[in-house]
Design a binder for this molecule. Structure first.
Ligand code: ARG
Length: 457
């Protein structure tokens, strides 16, 4: 019969298929460093509690440093029976230092251990995501600044609506990304809470100082209740939700750019495009389509994992081992997407001519109505009059801007000759100078506000 950490009460070996089914070492080995850090802190706390002698604690610490070197060098040999990263590290430690290694798990369970490792791991990843988000937002702000003079059509219902600055459009996506950044920061205190010292479910029988563990491992808080602690995976679900929303935002940015690329309003760098195996002329926006697609993948992980959690009884259940693969994939996917999005934006070129072709005089119908408002006519009336002008131009088969002041005066006497100056997209855009609008001063204020936020994060 094989040696097992938990083998005392077992008479026969596990079925080989069951062994493969049960093992998580293939994926949770990714947390080897966190597992070692957690165990070193735990050994220290056990010594303070009088469970280990100072020599034993030191020997555990040093033994774990050797285990760390093996992992770092890629020479750690996983053996049959190493179910997960926790059993593997403990097995190797005991091989290296003998008796003292067998005392390390006193009062600890893999239940509080695994969730400690996972929180430590995700905490590091959240820092990576913060850095990735910062780069993406900065790149967008740089592009917005650089191309301030470029105008484009703004749409509602994918119908030409009003002219806007390219920069204003780009900052509209930054606004969403800034909220994502802020949501990510909001999650951190809940994520950074210590689970260790809760045992299997009931708490610690040797009076371990959890506050010491908290300080040793850099946690900001100690979890409230041991039964909750070993089954709480809110932080996993929350991170997946955050990832889903962030990638949903990136999918919207990607879709806008796919459309702009289609109308030749932007040129995408070759570095983020691919060709067709059959059609030689093709240059496809694959980076953008993948960005659009990845949101589905990550949202799928969120839905799947919430379904795993739903209806679980207290406390630890092996279902919870299903948290890691989707979380790891989510974190990797977000990391890739944020870097790709930054690369695409940094290397694209807005094409004022292509973007300009989508600007049509009818997009100034609102400005026409507002012209009369400035002459004292109530907006509800001017909206109607401008609508009649659109109809008149449509009936005659020419653009709205071809209507002369005389034509317009047949609709309302307040149209003066200066109405001809209205057919100017730049003027229209510059009128939107209230906070949050598309006038240059307003867009510049948006950029400054976001840059100021980034400094504080
Ligand atoms: N590999 C397990 C996991 O990922 C560790 C905890 C196992 N605990 C247990 N009692 N079987 O969740």
């Amino acid at each position: 019969k094989k040696a097992r950490l938990w083998g005392g009460r077992f008479r026969t070996d596990t079925d080989p298929v069951m062994e493969k089914f049960n093992n998580s070492i293939n994926f949770d080995r990714r947390m080897w460093a966190q597992d070692i850090n957690g165990s070193q802190a735990y050994a220290k706390a056990l010594a303070v509690a009088g469970i280990l002698t100072t020599e034993e604690a030191q020997s555990i610490h040093d033994g774990l440093e050797k285990v760390r070197e093996e992992w770092a060098a890629g020479s750690f040999a996983i053996e049959a029976g190493d179910e997960d990263i926790h059993t593997a590290n403990e097995r190797r430690l005991t091989e290296l230092i003998g008796e003292a290694g067998k005392k390390l798990h006193t009062g600890r369970s893999r239940n509080d251990q695994v969730v400690t490792d996972l929180r430590l791991w995700l905490r590091d990843q959240a820092a990576v995501a913060t850095a990735d988000m910062t780069v993406l937002i900065q790149v967008c702000c740089d592009m917005a600044e650089k191309h301030m003079g470029v105008l484009m059509a703004g749409y509602t219902h994918l119908q030409p609506a009003q002219p806007v600055r390219f920069s204003h459009w780009l900052m509209s996506h930054v606004a969403a990304l800034q909220r994502d950044m802020s949501r990510l920061q909001d999650m951190l205190p809940r994520l950074n809470t210590l689970p260790l010292g809760c045992g299997a479910l009931a708490g610690h029988a040797f009076g371990i100082d959890r506050d010491l563990l908290k300080r040793e491992l850099g946690f900001g808080d100690v979890s409230l209740n041991s039964m909750d602690t070993v089954c709480d995976r809110d932080f996993v679900a929350e991170y997946m939700w955050w990832s889903s929303l962030t990638l949903t935002h990136l999918s919207q940015l990607a879709e806008d750019l796919i459309i702009m690329n289609y109308i030749r309003g932007v040129a995408l760098s070759d570095a983020y495009s691919t060709g067709s195996s059959l059609m030689p002329q093709k240059k496809n926006p694959d980076a953008l389509e993948l960005l659009r697609g990845k949101a589905g993948r990550v949202t799928g992980h969120l839905c799947g994992f919430l379904t795993t959690l739903k209806g679980l009884p207290r406390t630890y259940n092996k279902d919870l081992q299903e948290d890691k693969e989707p979380l790891f994939d989510t974190v990797d996917t977000v990391h890739d997407c944020l870097r790709i999005a930054a690369g695409v934006v940094a290397t694209l070129t807005p094409l004022p001519e292509g973007l300009g072709k989508a600007l049509v005089p009818e997009m100034l119908a609102t400005d026409l109505a507002e012209y009369l408002v400035r002459k004292g006519v109530p907006f509800r009336e001017t909206h109607h009059i401008s609508g009649a002008a659109v109809k008149m131009a449509e009936d005659r088969g020419f653009p709205l801007s071809a209507l002369t002041p005389e034509d317009l005066r047949t609709l309302h006497p307040s149209f003066a000759d200066d109405v001809a100056a209205l057919w100017n997209y730049e003027t229209s855009v510059e009128r939107k100078n209230a906070a949050g609008g598309t006038a240059q001063s307003s867009v510049e204020a948006q950029i400054a506000r976001v840059r100021g936020y980034l400094v504080e994060v």
